[in-house]
Design a protein around this ligand. Structure first.
Ligand code: NAP
Length: 266
């Protein structure tokens, strides 16, 4: 397993399993499959309404808790100090765990700093191993980082071959924050799985366009959390550490950058 070392020394797997839209018994089975295959980071959020099945899958997997990295996020209902405190307890309860590995503010809110105060307190109490943010662009990040007290360990943002956000990554790096991509497959937009360039480069390496898309991000120093409910896809998505894109491949893939969000977040 390949890891990033976060700014407080915590090790975070470079590849994790995304759980957006995964729910119920079928969802739990998918998370269990991901753990069986070898995923050790599970990305959830209160907004996804699936923390409970994530917690159940972790328990049922019988994998020691300290070998699994759990990320969750608090959103609008937890904005503000007291609400965030309550939100953290709710996540711990839903996930059936004593600690969360990474807790993120799901998106910028007016009272993000107050929310973060609660994060910092739980971090100091040992209930959270690392704290961070999500969907903060450069301007919001720089404003936040100036007064937040503890530099976020991670900013989880939209990032894929059509909008890698490498400029944002440079800004984050300057302060010691790691970038993690959501939507590495654009949730299928732009027909990424049949992209002619990604397919052509993949054929050279005996890989699929999906694997090339993930590898491009990894080689740019960006962590990934692809989601799939299909076991064979989960396996293939993880199988990206036995090849390397050449400088020319990287350059060609960079030409796909359209420099605009495909999701309208920023
Ligand atoms: N912080 C945020 O605001 C935010 C926003 C969005 C997402 N996220 C997180 O990031 C994770 C990943 O993003 P995402 O789920 O939105 O989208 P994604 O990972 O870009 O794409 C998932 C889609 O790709 C398909 N897929 C996966 N592997 C494939 C493969 N090898 N070949 C063909 N199709 C494949 C999946 O279908 P099947 O399942 O049918 O295989 C699914 O439809 C989420 O699950 C969530 O944990 C965070």
């Amino acid at each position: 397993m390949e890891y990033f070392t976060l700014n407080n020394g915590v090790q975070m797997p470079l590849i994790g399993f995304g759980t957006w839209d995964i729910r119920g018994e079928e969802g739990k089975k998918a998370i269990l499959s991901a753990l069986e295959i070898g995923y050790r980071l599970i990305d959830t959020a209160q907004m996804y309404e699936n923390e409970e099945i994530v917690g159940q899958a972790v328990r049922e997997s019988r994998i020691p808790r300290n070998e699994i990295f759990l990320t969750t996020k608090l959103y609008r209902p937890s904005v503000g100090y007291q609400k965030a405190k309550a939100g953290i307890e709710r996540s711990l309860d839903q996930l059936q765990t004593d600690y969360i590995d990474l807790l993120l503010i799901h998106e910028p809110y007016e009272k993000s700093l107050e929310m973060y105060e609660a994060f910092k307190e739980s971090y100091r109490d040992g209930k959270i191993r690392a704290i961070g943010i999500s969907n903060f662009d450069s301007a919001r990040y720089e404003k936040f980082v100036r007064s937040c007290g503890i530099v976020p360990a991670v900013d989880q943002v939209e990032s894929h071959v059509y909008y890698p956000q490498l400029d944002l990554k440079v800004t984050l790096e300057r302060y010691g924050t790691k970038m993690q991509s959501w939507g590495s497959f654009t949730e299928g937009r732009k027909n990424i799985f049949a992209d002619p360039l990604l397919t052509e480069i993949g054929e050279k390496h005996g890989k699929t366009s999906a694997q090339v898309a993930l590898r491009y991000l990894i080689q740019n120093g960006i962590a990934v959390i692809p989601k799939s409910v299909h076991r064979e896809r989960m396996e293939r998505n993880r199988n990206i550490f036995d090849f390397a894109l050449s400088e020319k491949d990287m350059e060609q893939i960079s030409s796909l950058n359209e420099n605009r969000s495909l999701f309208g977040w920023y």
